[in-house]
Design a protein around this ligand. Structure first.
Ligand SMILES: [Zn+2]
Length: 311
């Protein structure tokens, strides 16, 4: 991914849109490119297309992975589908309309590393070149620019694949950006899988979906008759800062009261300040801090507790 970011920065130096891409085959970079919309006045010269254009293939595309600093648009996703590239790894997906679901629907593995540097690079470019950027957007199919108003639905039962997918979301959104190792998956998956086997009126999971895809989760897990643990709170970046996190936590606390708990605790990590802000704004108080080596890194875990008001 660093090579793709380097391409994006190179493009920025040339006065272009900072999007870079590389094609990797068996761990080796066999092609690289960057967006040349500005440099070449060519609206078809996206980073991914430039990269494929420059790639020296040994065989077909079937063993290749495409890295891009930005989630591919329909043009580039079409090329990915057309040539049978099996995996796409991206730095972010917030800055421009993208064709993630289109690729998923064609069986392509799509991994979003959600790298702050990639988001900031594009954010800065767009705010510094607002008019130019709006001009680029005006070239697009206007349907792509409509806000996604697909409703979010919540369910409380497990379906096949949920344990794996919720674990995957945690890994993609937390472990990969933090450089934690695969043991983090076990930390999420083992208790979640055990939870999925139980059925108790004192426990509940909220699985939020949009267009049939899980985009958020939280659960209330029984610790004792008096005390519940809130676990597995996760929200897709698309849903952040829109009140969905608060709604999930509110519903979980409401349920906890009805289930007879007098307090709810949770463990989070110190590097998630947005989550901590949400917990504190909802009446959680910090109780404990533990710094230790786990998931291959030194991690500071923070315990928060919420106590039900009497009467
Ligand atoms: Zn594109």
């Amino acid at each position: 991914m660093q090579a793709a970011i380097d391409e994006a920065l190179e493009g920025l130096n040339e006065g272009g849109v900072p999007i870079g891409a590389v094609l990797v085959e068996n761990g080796r970079i066999i092609g690289r490119g960057r967006n040349r919309r500005v440099q070449d006045s060519d609206q078809l010269m996206h980073a991914e297309i430039d990269c494929l254009h420059n790639s020296r293939l040994t065989g077909g595309y079937h063993n290749t992975t495409l890295y891009s600093t930005l989630m591919p648009c329909y043009l580039c996703a079409g090329a990915v589908v057309q040539f049978g590239i099996k995996k796409v790894v991206v730095g972010e997906e917030m800055s421009a309309p993208a064709a993630r679901d289109f690729m998923l629907s064609h069986g392509i593995e799509v991994v979003n590393l959600d790298i702050a540097q990639c988001r900031e690079m594009m954010g800065e470019y767009i705010s510094n070149n607002r008019e130019l950027w709006n001009g680029f957007l005006a070239e697009l199919n206007p349907d792509l620019l409509k806000p996604s108003d697909s409703p979010i639905s919540i369910r409380h039962h497990f379906l096949p694949g949920d344990v794996g997918y919720i674990t995957y979301l945690h890994a993609a959104l937390h472990a990969l950006p933090q450089g934690w190792d695969h043991t983090f998956d076990s930390y999420v998956a083992i208790p979640l899988a055990q939870f999925a086997l139980r059925s108790s009126p004192q426990e509940r999971i909220w699985i939020a979906e949009r267009n049939g895809q899980i985009v958020g989760c939280v659960a209330i897990v029984k610790f004792s008759d008096e005390e519940a643990q809130m676990r597995w709170l996760i929200l897709h970046p698309e849903l952040r800062d829109k009140g969905y996190g608060r709604r999930l936590v509110e519903e979980a606390l409401e349920f906890s009261l009805k289930a007879g708990y007098s307090s709810v605790f949770l463990w989070t990590v110190s590097i998630l300040p947005a989550a901590a802000g949400l917990y504190r704004s909802m009446g959680f108080e910090e109780k404990e801090r533990l710094t230790h080596v786990m998931w291959g890194k030194e991690v500071t875990e923070v315990k928060y507790e919420w106590v039900a008001k009497k009467g």
